[in-house]
Write a protein that binds this ligand. Structure first.
Ligand code: PGA
Length: 251
Protein backbone atom coordinates (compact mmCIF):
# COMPACT_ATOMS: atom_id res chain seq x y z
CA UNK A 1 0.00 0.00 0.00
CA UNK A 2 1.34 3.39 -0.96
CA UNK A 3 0.89 6.23 1.53
CA UNK A 4 -0.85 9.18 -0.09
CA UNK A 5 1.15 12.38 -0.39
CA UNK A 6 -0.32 15.84 -0.91
CA UNK A 7 1.95 18.83 -1.48
CA UNK A 8 1.01 22.49 -1.79
CA UNK A 9 2.92 24.49 -4.39
CA UNK A 10 2.47 28.10 -3.34
CA UNK A 11 4.34 29.35 -6.41
CA UNK A 12 5.21 33.08 -6.21
CA UNK A 13 2.37 33.99 -3.87
CA UNK A 14 2.11 35.39 -0.39
CA UNK A 15 3.45 37.91 2.07
CA UNK A 16 4.60 37.55 5.67
CA UNK A 17 1.10 38.46 6.79
CA UNK A 18 -0.79 36.13 4.45
CA UNK A 19 1.62 33.26 5.09
CA UNK A 20 1.28 33.73 8.84
CA UNK A 21 -2.49 33.38 8.51
CA UNK A 22 -2.25 30.39 6.18
CA UNK A 23 0.23 28.51 8.37
CA UNK A 24 -1.71 29.26 11.58
CA UNK A 25 -4.83 27.84 9.95
CA UNK A 26 -2.91 24.77 8.80
CA UNK A 27 -1.51 24.32 12.31
CA UNK A 28 -4.97 24.25 13.81
CA UNK A 29 -6.64 22.11 11.14
CA UNK A 30 -4.04 19.52 10.19
CA UNK A 31 -5.08 17.21 13.04
CA UNK A 32 -8.29 16.58 11.05
CA UNK A 33 -6.24 14.80 8.38
CA UNK A 34 -5.53 11.08 8.57
CA UNK A 35 -2.27 9.26 8.02
CA UNK A 36 -0.97 10.79 4.80
CA UNK A 37 2.20 12.68 4.00
CA UNK A 38 1.79 16.43 3.57
CA UNK A 39 4.20 19.15 2.45
CA UNK A 40 4.02 22.83 1.62
CA UNK A 41 6.39 24.48 -0.82
CA UNK A 42 6.63 28.22 -0.13
CA UNK A 43 8.65 30.72 -2.16
CA UNK A 44 12.29 30.19 -1.15
CA UNK A 45 12.55 33.45 0.75
CA UNK A 46 9.74 32.35 3.10
CA UNK A 47 10.99 28.82 3.78
CA UNK A 48 12.59 29.73 7.09
CA UNK A 49 9.59 31.79 8.14
CA UNK A 50 7.28 28.85 7.41
CA UNK A 51 9.52 26.42 9.24
CA UNK A 52 9.48 28.67 12.32
CA UNK A 53 5.72 29.19 12.09
CA UNK A 54 4.66 25.61 11.45
CA UNK A 55 3.79 24.05 14.78
CA UNK A 56 3.20 20.53 13.56
CA UNK A 57 5.44 17.73 12.38
CA UNK A 58 2.64 16.45 10.14
CA UNK A 59 3.59 19.01 7.49
CA UNK A 60 6.99 18.93 5.80
CA UNK A 61 8.53 21.74 3.82
CA UNK A 62 9.66 21.68 0.22
CA UNK A 63 11.28 24.14 -2.16
CA UNK A 64 9.97 24.96 -5.61
CA UNK A 65 13.31 24.86 -7.38
CA UNK A 66 17.00 24.43 -6.69
CA UNK A 67 20.37 25.23 -8.21
CA UNK A 68 21.77 22.69 -10.62
CA UNK A 69 25.22 23.22 -9.12
CA UNK A 70 25.77 20.72 -6.33
CA UNK A 71 28.14 22.89 -4.31
CA UNK A 72 27.98 26.48 -3.09
CA UNK A 73 29.85 29.05 -5.13
CA UNK A 74 29.56 32.12 -7.33
CA UNK A 75 26.01 31.50 -8.59
CA UNK A 76 24.16 34.76 -7.97
CA UNK A 77 20.51 34.30 -7.15
CA UNK A 78 20.60 30.53 -6.66
CA UNK A 79 20.00 28.26 -3.65
CA UNK A 80 21.92 25.02 -3.29
CA UNK A 81 20.45 21.74 -2.18
CA UNK A 82 22.53 21.92 1.00
CA UNK A 83 21.01 25.32 1.80
CA UNK A 84 17.50 23.99 1.29
CA UNK A 85 18.26 21.09 3.55
CA UNK A 86 19.88 23.36 6.11
CA UNK A 87 16.66 25.40 6.29
CA UNK A 88 14.51 22.31 6.81
CA UNK A 89 13.38 21.25 3.34
CA UNK A 90 12.75 17.56 2.80
CA UNK A 91 11.39 17.98 -0.72
CA UNK A 92 12.08 19.99 -3.84
CA UNK A 93 9.75 20.41 -6.81
CA UNK A 94 11.75 19.91 -10.00
CA UNK A 95 10.79 20.31 -13.63
CA UNK A 96 7.54 22.12 -12.97
CA UNK A 97 6.00 23.07 -16.32
CA UNK A 98 6.29 26.76 -15.43
CA UNK A 99 10.05 26.35 -15.02
CA UNK A 100 10.26 24.36 -18.24
CA UNK A 101 8.10 26.79 -20.26
CA UNK A 102 8.99 30.18 -18.76
CA UNK A 103 12.61 29.60 -17.74
CA UNK A 104 13.55 27.15 -20.45
CA UNK A 105 14.58 24.26 -18.20
CA UNK A 106 15.41 21.27 -20.33
CA UNK A 107 14.87 17.59 -19.63
CA UNK A 108 18.63 17.25 -19.16
CA UNK A 109 18.77 20.08 -16.61
CA UNK A 110 15.81 18.66 -14.71
CA UNK A 111 17.50 15.26 -14.65
CA UNK A 112 20.74 16.77 -13.36
CA UNK A 113 18.83 18.56 -10.58
CA UNK A 114 17.09 15.32 -9.60
CA UNK A 115 20.51 13.72 -9.22
CA UNK A 116 21.75 16.64 -7.07
CA UNK A 117 18.67 16.46 -4.82
CA UNK A 118 19.01 12.70 -4.38
CA UNK A 119 22.68 13.01 -3.52
CA UNK A 120 21.68 15.14 -0.52
CA UNK A 121 18.68 13.04 0.48
CA UNK A 122 16.19 15.71 -0.47
CA UNK A 123 13.21 14.05 -2.16
CA UNK A 124 12.58 15.39 -5.65
CA UNK A 125 8.99 15.90 -6.74
CA UNK A 126 9.58 15.39 -10.45
CA UNK A 127 6.90 17.04 -12.59
CA UNK A 128 6.02 15.66 -15.99
CA UNK A 129 3.15 16.44 -18.31
CA UNK A 130 2.03 17.30 -21.80
CA UNK A 131 0.65 20.48 -23.35
CA UNK A 132 -2.77 20.51 -24.97
CA UNK A 133 -1.15 20.51 -28.43
CA UNK A 134 0.89 17.47 -27.55
CA UNK A 135 -2.18 15.64 -26.22
CA UNK A 136 -4.26 16.53 -29.26
CA UNK A 137 -1.57 15.60 -31.72
CA UNK A 138 -1.18 12.17 -30.15
CA UNK A 139 2.34 12.50 -28.75
CA UNK A 140 1.38 12.72 -25.07
CA UNK A 141 2.91 9.40 -24.06
CA UNK A 142 6.05 10.09 -26.06
CA UNK A 143 6.51 13.47 -24.34
CA UNK A 144 6.07 12.02 -20.86
CA UNK A 145 8.30 9.06 -21.66
CA UNK A 146 11.04 11.41 -22.88
CA UNK A 147 10.79 13.52 -19.70
CA UNK A 148 11.06 10.37 -17.57
CA UNK A 149 13.80 8.75 -19.66
CA UNK A 150 16.07 11.77 -19.19
CA UNK A 151 15.89 11.26 -15.43
CA UNK A 152 16.10 7.47 -15.58
CA UNK A 153 19.25 7.64 -17.65
CA UNK A 154 20.78 10.14 -15.21
CA UNK A 155 19.98 8.47 -11.87
CA UNK A 156 18.93 4.93 -12.80
CA UNK A 157 15.59 3.29 -12.22
CA UNK A 158 16.44 2.02 -8.73
CA UNK A 159 16.75 5.62 -7.49
CA UNK A 160 13.06 6.13 -8.23
CA UNK A 161 12.21 4.60 -4.89
CA UNK A 162 13.29 7.99 -3.53
CA UNK A 163 11.56 10.09 -6.20
CA UNK A 164 7.99 11.38 -6.17
CA UNK A 165 6.47 11.88 -9.61
CA UNK A 166 3.82 14.52 -10.23
CA UNK A 167 1.81 14.13 -13.42
CA UNK A 168 0.64 17.62 -14.30
CA UNK A 169 -1.03 18.08 -17.67
CA UNK A 170 0.06 21.59 -18.62
CA UNK A 171 -3.39 22.47 -19.95
CA UNK A 172 -4.92 21.76 -16.54
CA UNK A 173 -2.57 23.92 -14.45
CA UNK A 174 -4.22 27.02 -13.08
CA UNK A 175 -6.88 26.86 -15.76
CA UNK A 176 -9.75 25.33 -13.82
CA UNK A 177 -9.71 22.50 -16.41
CA UNK A 178 -8.98 19.30 -14.56
CA UNK A 179 -8.11 16.09 -16.31
CA UNK A 180 -11.04 13.74 -15.74
CA UNK A 181 -10.25 11.00 -13.25
CA UNK A 182 -10.16 8.54 -16.16
CA UNK A 183 -7.80 10.73 -18.22
CA UNK A 184 -5.48 11.17 -15.24
CA UNK A 185 -5.59 7.48 -14.32
CA UNK A 186 -4.70 6.54 -17.89
CA UNK A 187 -1.49 8.57 -17.74
CA UNK A 188 -0.63 7.48 -14.20
CA UNK A 189 -1.00 3.84 -15.28
CA UNK A 190 1.17 4.56 -18.33
CA UNK A 191 3.90 6.00 -16.08
CA UNK A 192 3.74 3.13 -13.61
CA UNK A 193 3.75 0.52 -16.36
CA UNK A 194 6.70 2.18 -18.03
CA UNK A 195 8.68 2.11 -14.78
CA UNK A 196 7.55 -1.46 -14.10
CA UNK A 197 9.18 -2.52 -17.36
CA UNK A 198 12.49 -1.57 -15.73
CA UNK A 199 11.90 -2.38 -12.08
CA UNK A 200 8.53 -3.75 -10.97
CA UNK A 201 9.16 -3.31 -7.24
CA UNK A 202 10.11 0.34 -7.63
CA UNK A 203 7.11 1.01 -9.89
CA UNK A 204 4.77 -0.50 -7.32
CA UNK A 205 6.19 1.76 -4.59
CA UNK A 206 6.60 5.05 -6.41
CA UNK A 207 4.21 7.85 -5.44
CA UNK A 208 2.58 9.47 -8.47
CA UNK A 209 0.74 12.67 -7.61
CA UNK A 210 -1.77 14.32 -9.91
CA UNK A 211 -1.61 18.09 -10.32
CA UNK A 212 -3.73 20.53 -12.27
CA UNK A 213 -6.72 22.37 -10.81
CA UNK A 214 -7.27 19.92 -7.96
CA UNK A 215 -10.01 21.32 -5.74
CA UNK A 216 -11.94 19.97 -2.75
CA UNK A 217 -14.84 19.02 -5.03
CA UNK A 218 -12.82 16.91 -7.50
CA UNK A 219 -10.14 15.51 -5.18
CA UNK A 220 -12.01 12.46 -3.89
CA UNK A 221 -12.74 11.13 -7.35
CA UNK A 222 -9.21 11.78 -8.61
CA UNK A 223 -7.55 10.25 -5.55
CA UNK A 224 -9.76 7.16 -5.69
CA UNK A 225 -8.11 6.10 -8.96
CA UNK A 226 -5.81 3.14 -8.41
CA UNK A 227 -2.61 4.81 -9.65
CA UNK A 228 -3.17 8.31 -8.23
CA UNK A 229 -1.41 8.61 -4.89
CA UNK A 230 -2.20 12.18 -3.92
CA UNK A 231 -1.74 15.57 -5.49
CA UNK A 232 0.45 18.56 -6.16
CA UNK A 233 -1.84 21.47 -5.44
CA UNK A 234 -1.33 25.01 -6.69
CA UNK A 235 -4.11 27.56 -6.29
CA UNK A 236 -6.15 25.58 -3.76
CA UNK A 237 -3.13 25.20 -1.46
CA UNK A 238 -3.25 28.93 -0.68
CA UNK A 239 -6.50 28.45 1.19
CA UNK A 240 -6.16 26.38 4.37
CA UNK A 241 -9.74 25.06 4.30
CA UNK A 242 -9.40 23.92 0.70
CA UNK A 243 -5.95 22.42 1.23
CA UNK A 244 -7.04 20.53 4.33
CA UNK A 245 -10.17 19.29 2.52
CA UNK A 246 -7.95 18.01 -0.30
CA UNK A 247 -5.63 16.33 2.21
CA UNK A 248 -8.63 14.68 3.84
CA UNK A 249 -9.75 13.44 0.42
CA UNK A 250 -6.42 11.65 0.09
CA UNK A 251 -6.66 10.09 3.54
P1 PGA B 1 -3.06 24.41 -9.87
O1 PGA B 1 -1.48 24.22 -9.99
O2 PGA B 1 -3.54 23.48 -8.77
O3 PGA B 1 -3.25 25.85 -9.53
O4 PGA B 1 -3.63 24.03 -11.20
C1 PGA B 1 -0.89 22.96 -9.85
C2 PGA B 1 0.61 23.07 -10.02
O5 PGA B 1 1.06 23.86 -10.86
O6 PGA B 1 1.39 22.40 -9.31
Amino acid sequence: MRKAFVAGNWKMHGSKASIMTLVSDLNSKVSEVGAIDIAVCPPAIYIDFVSRTLATDKISIGAQNMAIEPEQGAFTGEQSVAMLKDMGCNYVVLGHSERRAIYGETDAEVAAKVAVALSSNVTPILCVGETLDERESGVMEQVIATQLDAVISEVGIDAFDKVVIAYEPVWAIGTGKTASPAQAQEVHAFIRTKLAGLNAAVAEKVIIQYGGSVKPDNAVELFSQPDIDGGLIGGASLNADDFIAICKAAG
